[in-house]
Design a protein. Structure first.
Length: 396
């Protein structure tokens, strides 16, 4: 076993590539010891095969009371090392996870998301029209990448879009790596308060939260927690994926040209961008519930493990043809951008549908779209748990 104990790598020489140390680890020691910010010595998993195996193995827990953040993140303190908040199913194991997820899964099927496509197209059209009326440069995050998923998830949940400033501000606090535990806890409390009140408001009876309240299976705090989780993840991850994908396509004009020339490539392009960019840049945590022989190592019960999704999605053993290259014609089957196993992202079909609608429409409406600043001046959100850009100034 390597004696080279190191923390999770964070440096990115290129805005679209994971830290290069991850590739070195994947090649030489795909499961290796890692030092966590609190001094705990746990594990880092970097290969596709081991990541997929671990995420589907019930011996490895997702429970929040066992979790440690892989990078310094004071704001995670009130939520890691403690039992899951009500409804926060990403921090639960079966059977509690199963009980809550079963109430939601049918609302996010590929068929249901296909039914939403006309509404998504309308939202995209209206936002692009409003953007077209503005004088460039324009921040694409503020004008397009953030409101597309925000409007959609608000409508699905029954959250008034007028409340968006409040939930976006608190969501940003929760995803920030720099906030204090007190600030994060206060933001979570405000979001629970906002979502707990919604099912009783008039005019929102078709929203998912009201439907859950009418169903009676989940209590009020669980419904609020489900709402907070879907609301924050539903706009943060998609907004980051949309903005970062646009930045990537503007930086790879050959791939952009292929997408514009052949709309049939759209679905595959979205999958490739999800793989290539992997916005959950610090992966997902797991903890063995018992001593486990795994990947040639003995993992002790209670040891923290970080499964690196960005590294797994660049593994040449799975993506054989230059996985560090963006190629929208690549066979992308099996990427782990949404995780794997029972905790695979519930909203993945919504993310896909929004990106399939938004990216081609953006480049059709603005065929001369370009960065309004040098690429190195685009502010990257390395200070957030979901990677992307804080702003993307564009012109046309």
């Amino acid at each position: 076993m390597s004696s080279d104990l190191a923390p999770h790598p964070v440096g990115r020489p290129n805005p679209f590539d994971p830290p290069p140390d991850l590739a070195r680890y994947r090649e030489t020691e795909p499961i290796r010891r890692m030092v966590y910010p609190d001094g705990h010595v746990g594990w880092l998993v970097t290969s596709h095969g081991l990541a997929r195996a671990m995420l589907s193995d019930p011996r490895f827990s997702a429970r929040s009371e066992f979790k440690r953040p892989p990078v310094s993140r004071p704001g995670a303190d009130p939520f890691y090392g403690a039992p899951a908040l009500p409804g926060w199913l990403v921090d639960m194991d079966a059977p509690e996870h199963t009980r809550i997820r079963q109430r939601l899964a049918g609302k996010f099927t590929a068929r249901r998301m296909k039914d939403l496509r006309p509404r998504i197209d309308v939202i995209v059209h209206e936002l692009l029209t409003a953007m077209e009326r503005r004088k460039p440069p324009v921040d694409l995050v503020e004008a397009f990448a953030l409101p597309v998923p925000s409007i959609m998830i608000c409508e699905m949940l029954g959250v008034p879009y007028a409340d968006r400033a409040e939930f976006q501000r608190n969501s940003e606090t929760l995803f920030s790596l720099d906030v204090t535990a007190t600030e994060a806890s206060a933001a979570m409390d405000r979001l629970y308060e906002l979502l707990r009140a919604l099912p009783g408001r008039a005019g929102d009876r078709d929203g998912l939260l009201a439907m859950l309240a009418d169903d009676g299976t989940l209590d009020a705090d669980e419904i609020a927690g489900v709402g907070v989780l879907l609301l924050t993840a539903g706009h943060e991850s998609t907004s980051s994926s949309l903005a970062l994908s646009t930045f990537a396509l503007l930086s790879h004009p050959d791939q952009r040209a292929k997408l514009v020339a052949d709309p049939e490539l759209t679905d595959n392009a979205v999958e490739e961008l999800l793989r290539y960019l992997s916005v959950f840049h610090f992966g997902v945590p797991r903890t063995p519930l018992e001593d486990v022989e795994f990947g040639g190592r003995l993992l002790k019960a209670g040891e923290s493990i970080t499964v690196s999704l960005p590294s797994a999605n660049r593994d040449p053993d799975w993506f054989a043809d230059q996985p560090d290259r963006l190629d929208i014609e690549r066979r992308t089957t099996g990427h782990l951008a949404f995780g794997y196993g029972i905790h695979q992202c519930l909203g993945q079909n919504l993310v896909r549908m929004e990106m399939r609608a938004a990216l081609p429409a953006l480049f059709r409406r603005f065929p001369t779209l370009a960065l309004a600043v040098p690429a190195e001046e685009v502010p990257l959100s390395t200070d957030m748990s979901v990677y992307g850009v804080h702003r993307l100034p564009v012109t046309w």
